[in-house]
Design a protein around this ligand. Structure first.
Ligand code: NAD
Length: 283
């Protein structure tokens, strides 16, 4: 199967990054969100990221413009009617994703593949709202997408071998390294990562050390490039909480119980970098 045109649904930090790498790999790309204001913000993020690549000499100004020229904005899912692949990257909520997949299933051509960038939600459950569960798959990119090499590729119960192979090959075309993973809550990446982030938040909640103290201990002590609280701010605290809820419910194990401080920050609208305030201030 030949993929030529890709729609990315959700123009937030992940969706804009995915659209960027799709366009960089030469695909015709449609970047979709609820309205053009949000899509334009996503396009601005892509422009800034590509400008940095030009500065570093990785691409030329002309290549930057060609890449941008391959990305078309969209505020209607109907624009997926001639797409071979849709990659969904909207908020980490099953009801929102399920609604989008049911709608896309009616719009895209029969051969099209529907992929989700979910961090933790069951691929099998998302696939079940469509009439093409064998053509639904998890394609989990890492943040920031243009820089991070990994794509966790998650097969739902009914995902076909053909679809898996297409997505594996596509990930390589996007200059990523695909790794296969089973459909369990949080897959591998977030099952491991979020326990560490949550534990760091519990340390802060219990006054074990300061924000900077916790992050410095993990950076210098474990050779991590960034501390867990800074990483939580990068991911978005709403997303961190949503993933922990999926892990907590999915495994029924108290080790995944989200720290109350995380819930409080999310209620306050302190979602990390994207809102200017999380464990750190970005204003
Ligand atoms: P984000 O908040 O930056 O962006 C989400 C976007 O979805 C927003 O632009 C919002 O307007 C849009 N949206 C919401 N409902 C929509 C709808 N019905 N139709 C179209 N667009 C809609 O979030 P994000 O960090 O980009 O995360 C998106 C997805 O990627 C989530 O499933 C998340 O779990 C996953 N993910 C996030 C990270 C991370 O580090 N943040 C990493 C890997 C995967």
């Amino acid at each position: 199967m030949d993929i030529k045109k890709i729609m990315v649904v959700g123009a937030g930090q992940m969706g804009s990054g995915i659209a960027q790498v799709a366009a960089q790999a030469g695909f015709e790309t449609v970047l979709h969100d609820l309205n053009f204001d949000i899509v334009n913000k996503g396009l601005e993020t892509i422009k800034k990221s590509l400008a940095k690549f030009v500065e570093k000499g990785k691409i030329t100004e002309a290549e930057k413009n060609e890449i941008l020229g391959r990305i078309k904005p969209s505020d209607s899912l109907k624009n997926a009617a001639d797409c071979d692949l849709v990659i969904e990257a909207v908020v980490e909520k099953m009801e929102v994703k399920a609604k989008i997949f049911a709608e896309l299933d009616q719009i895209v051509p029969p051969h099209a593949i529907l992929a989700t960038n979910t961090s933790s939600l069951p691929i099998t459950e998302i696939a079940a709202v469509t009439k093409r569960p064998e053509r639904v798959i998890g394609m989990h990119f890492m943040n920031p997408v243009p820089l991070m090499k990994l794509v966790e590729v998650i097969r739902g119960l009914q995902t076909s071998d053909e679809v898996y192979k297409v997505i594996e090959e596509l990930s390589r075309k996007m200059d990523k390294v695909p790794v296969e993973c089973k459909d369990v809550p949080g897959f591998v990446s977030n099952r491991v990562l979020q326990v560490m982030i949550n534990e760091a938040i519990w340390c802060l909640y219990e006054g074990v050390a300061s924000v900077e103290g916790i992050d410095t201990i993990m950076k210098l002590g474990m050779n991590h490039p960034m501390g867990p609280l800074a990483l939580a701010d990068l991911i978005g605290l709403d997303t961190v909480l949503a993933i922990l809820e999926v892990l907590y419910q999915g495994y029924g194990d108290p080790k995944y119980r989200p720290c109350p401080l995380l819930r409080q920050y999310v209620k306050a609208g302190w979602l990390g970098r994207k809102t200017g305030r999380g464990f750190y201030s970005y204003v």
